[in-house]
Design a protein around this ligand. Sequence first.
Ligand SMILES: [Zn+2]
Length: 150
Amino acid sequence: MYAELFSGLHSEPGRHLKKVFAEEYDELVLVRDITFNSMCEHHLLPFIGKAHVGYLPNGKIAGLSKLARVVEEVSKRPQVQERMTHTIADLLHHELDAKGVVVVLEAEHSCMTIRGVRKPGSITITSAVRGLFLTNQSSRAEVMSLINRK
Ligand SMILES: [Zn+2]
């Protein structure tokens, strides 16, 4: 079971982004609601949620499923949600040379719901922003509104 849950421990998720397609499209690409489950490395209890991954291409695009594969593989390690968010954002930024990257993760942490403070239903949201989204407020507002849209 642990071999499965930690199958991403020694892998290099960036390899999923090595195969790209040349494309002039330079508008937003966003894959929303990528479900994941990971393991909190402090308590060895699962945290389960959704990832939203967006980027602004720079002459090349990755297969959409590859974004989900990156999330999946990064989740299959002892993790903290904060680092998981950063790792995904940096992978996209570097491997795709993306002009901008936004990653938002929302998850429920068992270590907060079944023990300790015991607050079922509480959701932890983390976001990492790279490149153009750091300086361009309207682009950032657009992607955040698409992520938050019901
Ligand atoms: Zn924990």
